[in-house]
Design a binder for this molecule. Structure first.
Ligand SMILES: Nc1nc2c(ncn2[C@@H]2O[C@H](COP(=O)(O)OP(=O)(O)OP(=O)(O)O)[C@@H](O)[C@H]2O)c(=O)[nH]1
Ligand SMILES: [Mg+2]
Length: 471
């Protein structure tokens, strides 16, 4: 009895010392950035990833888990006191309530620390106790990354480019009219500047809602706490030959520069520069459904995003990073539960082709990159339906719009990605020989057994690529 208690006490003391030592000396931290354009699935991804890392029955492709080395995983206060916490509990409650619904759209950067106790593998395994690895997950909008391209550009140059684009789009008509009126204004007033910025923002919102991805400045859609400040109250104006020193053009130029200094640079300094691993979520199915032009925009957006991670991309970033670089970048097509699994390999091949192209365009070298198709939260079941005497591999789920069950056959993705990427590159208006459908499904009610996280598709593979080597 006495010996038992004594021994118990001794091991606990040793444990406490061990904790103290690792706390004092070295607890590795992996900073995992999660990004993607609006509605790509960032919030659902983080929520399901964290839930599945805490309850790991569905994470068999995570090697540390299959080797039985993950002792426990738990949430901890994050290290950064001024960054909003990722609201994990609220998002999980939305997804797992008796009447599950998708989480609300998020507007800003947020962060969550998940700590894992890991038993070392290999020879050391038997000798040392578990060590702690902290995973700091940072959720930020992909639009903010695309702002990096503004740093190398002057106001006049940027204006010409975005005005040209706006002129070709129906959503831009009202804004272009406002620009014509604002030409050469010398005695401008703040309400005029504001009205013009508002018109520009309205155009960006409409363009985004129509599925366009080339939207700058990114913060105009997600203004956060700087809403209404001059750095967020500007708009492109056509170049003027001799802009008046106090005219509207000069003022807009000044605000554009302020945006770069006060909004873009701080984001890269405070968040981006500290990321070790990155996942970029991509709604590839949505783009394919949207047609060749959306796929082309997706391709440009992927190159733009990847370009932000290219070492030596611009002087400001090089100074900031001082040789540090992101080690792994995963491009994941989300919402793969819209497809029967027999088509998943094709979606992955399309993602791989897009990634190859993005690497070429961005002249990217360095980090290890990979492409996958995943679903962070599986909302469908597979089903084979017969249609005109043909049997089709479909998926079934509850429709978001009506709440009714429906089967979806999204169309047959081509085995050769070039069948999509070539028409996209050459500016085709529609897919020639195919039609792709999509439906918005609501999350399915879940009945989870103890130890199980929410159902997913290949979230464990994604986790293995991103953090597996550090566990
Ligand atoms: N079927 C299915 N739909 C998904 C999945 N993940 C996301 N979605 C859908 O995509 C929508 C957007 O997901 P979010 O996680 O909120 O996306 P987000 O990137 O955080 O969006 P913002 O915060 O608005 O930028 C959801 O409301 C769902 O409709 C998934 O794994 N399966
Ligand atoms: Mg979100």
């Amino acid at each position: 009895m006495v010996i038992g208690t004594l021994a118990d006490g001794v091991t606990r003391r040793v444990e406490a010392v061990g904790d103290g030592i690792s706390g004092m000396f070295f607890e590795p931290v992996v900073r995992l950035g999660v990004t993607g354009l609006a509605r790509a699935g960032k919030t659902v991804f983080i929520t399901s990833l964290v839930a599945n890392l805490m309850d790991r029955a569905r994470m068999t492709q995570l090697v540390a888990q299959s080797e039985g080395r993950i002792v426990t995983a738990y949430l901890q206060p994050q290290p950064d006191d001024t960054v909003p916490r990722f609201d994990y509990e609220t998002h999980l409650a939305a997804l797992t309530s008796p009447e599950p619904h998708w989480p609300d759209s998020t507007r800003t950067v947020s962060e969550l620390r998940l700590s894992m106790k890991i038993r070392p593998g290999g020879l050391l395994g038997g000798f040392s106790g578990p060590r702690t690895v902290h995973i700091d997950i940072v959720d930020y909008p992909g639009e903010w990354l695309l702002d990096l391209s503004l740093l190398d550009r002057a106001y006049a140059e940027w204006s010409v480019e975005v005005l040209e684009q706006a002129r070709t789009r129906p959503q831009g008509a009202a804004f272009i009219a406002a620009v014509e009126e604002a030409r050469d204004i010398r005695d401008w007033s703040e309400p005029q500047a504001k009205a013009l910025a508002e018109a520009y923002r309205a155009y960006l919102v409409a363009a985004r809602d129509a599925g366009h991805m080339d939207i700058t400045p990114g913060r105009f859609l997600l203004p956060g706490e700087m809403e209404g400040s001059p750095a967020l109250t500007f708009a492109p104006l056509p170049p003027e030959d001799a802009p008046h020193r106090k005219g509207l053009w000069r003022e807009m130029e000044r605000r554009f520069e302020a945006y770069k200094d006060r909004v873009v640079q701080p984001f890269f300094r405070d968040h981006f520069s500290r990321i070790d691993r990155q996942v970029v979520l991509v709604d590839a199915l949505g783009a394919i459904h949207g047609g060749p032009q959306k796929v082309e925009e997706l391709r440009c957006a992927m190159a733009g995003i990847l370009g932000a991670f290219r070492p030596g991309r611009n002087a400001f970033l090089s100074r900031l990073l001082m040789g540090k670089r992101v080690e792994k970048i995963l491009f994941a097509a989300t919402k793969a539960d819209h497809l029967h699994h027999t088509q998943h390999a094709r979606l992955t091949a399309i993602m791989e082709a897009l990634l190859r192209d993005a690497r070429d365009r961005a002249a990217f070298a360095g980090a290890e990159t990979a492409a996958m198709s995943i679903a962070a939260l599986r909302a469908t079941v597979e089903e084979t339906v017969s249609h005109n005497g043909q049997s089709l591999d479909a998926v079934r789920g509850r429709l978001l719009s009506t709440g009714k069950q429906a089967a979806l056959y999204p169309g047959d993705l081509p085995a050769d990605p070039a069948r999509l990427l070539t028409p996209a590159r050459t500016g085709a208006d529609s897919w020639l020989d195919a039609d792709y459908n999509i439906m918005a499904f609501a999350p399915a009610p879940l009945r989870l057994k103890p130890g199980e996280g929410p159902p997913h598709i290949r979230l464990d593979r994604a986790a293995q690529f991103l953090i597996g080597d550090r566990l």
